[in-house]
Design a protein around this ligand. Structure first.
Ligand code: PAF
Length: 279
């Protein structure tokens, strides 16, 4: 595996290739979910590139940024174990040579006003800045992202439209722990007790998915919010939306493809998850 710190070197390595390139951008602290993205990329492309960069501009909360887990040594071992071809490991100066005060502004419209767009102001603009920069460097054929970050996938789809990019976005299924908790780098920040409680997020999603044909969304989400609070989570939102647009829905509509999305804090760690409603 080539490990490169500078965009110039990565571009040089890739410039002569006519091969298809699968790209998996990450912020490190890799888990099975990330590795499954690499595996998808490997199956569908001749070269697989992963990046690890904890992007400061997408953290609206400095405390969240300060405690984001960093495990580069283990990450490299994991990437080697799945046969990654190239790891791009830039530092902040490499990605933001002119500083972080004058970011590009991307018009992602409605998506920035709801869910994480609403609760994490500036977050998606930070994501767009870094993903756009990375795409200009890697110039992949395909870009792989996880469905766990459902809204991020739609934002990046929009980014590709805005920038008239020909990169194909492939959204891969969420990987879960045996108790249902969606795999996330942030799970490692939880205490053993917190980790046990965190499974209730998926429990809520499943409860809604099981009962949606007989109980209103308002009643189900109120019930789930109360249950999450009782065990010590602080739900930020439990919302229902049209899956293709994320237009929020007041109640279930069986003529639509629907998704339920949850964000909740636990021990100061913000966790998100979502589930497509099974018809
Ligand atoms: O999903 C993530 O890990 C990050 O938001 C991404 C896409 C790597 C951009 O920093």
């Amino acid at each position: 595996m080539h490990i490169l710190q500078f965009a110039k070197d990565l571009k040089e390595l890739l410039t002569s290739t006519k091969s298809t390139i699968g790209f998996v951008p990450t912020m490190g602290a890799l888990h099975e979910g990330h590795l499954s993205l690499i595996q998808h990329a490997k199956q569908e492309n001749e070269i697989t590139v992963c990046s690890i960069f904890v992007n400061p501009t997408q953290f609206n909360d400095p405390k969240d940024f300060a405690k984001y887990p960093i495990t580069i040594g283990e990450d490299i071992e994991k990437l080697l174990s799945v046969g990654t071809d190239i790891l791009f490991l830039p530092d902040v100066k490499e990605m933001y040579p002119f500083g972080m005060d004058n970011l590009e502004l991307y018009d992602i419209g409605y998506l920035d006003t709801i869910l994480d767009g609403k609760y994490r102001p500036g977050h998606f603009n930070g994501v767009c800045n870094i993903v756009h920069k990375l795409l200009m460097i890697v110039e992949p054929t395909r870009l792989y992202m996880g469905q766990k970050d459902f809204q991020q996938c739609l934002v990046v789809k929009r980014l590709l439209e805005i920038t008239q990019s020909s990169v194909e976005l492939i959204t891969c299924p969420t990987l879960r722990e045996s108790d249902g908790l969606a795999m996330s780098s942030r799970n490692t920040l939880l205490s053993p007790q917190g980790r046990e409680k965190a499974k209730a997020i998926f429990g809520s999603l499943q409860y809604i998915n099981t009962n949606w044909q007989s109980i209103s969304f308002a009643a189900l989400s109120t019930h789930c919010a109360r249950e999450l609070c009782e065990i010590g989570l602080e739900p930020e939102y439990i919302l229902l939306a049209e899956a293709d647009s994320l237009i929020l829905l007041p109640d279930f509509d069986s003529s639509k493809k629907m998704v339920v999305l949850v964000a909740a804090k636990l021990e100061g760690v913000r966790l998100i998850d979502n589930l497509l409603i099974a018809h």
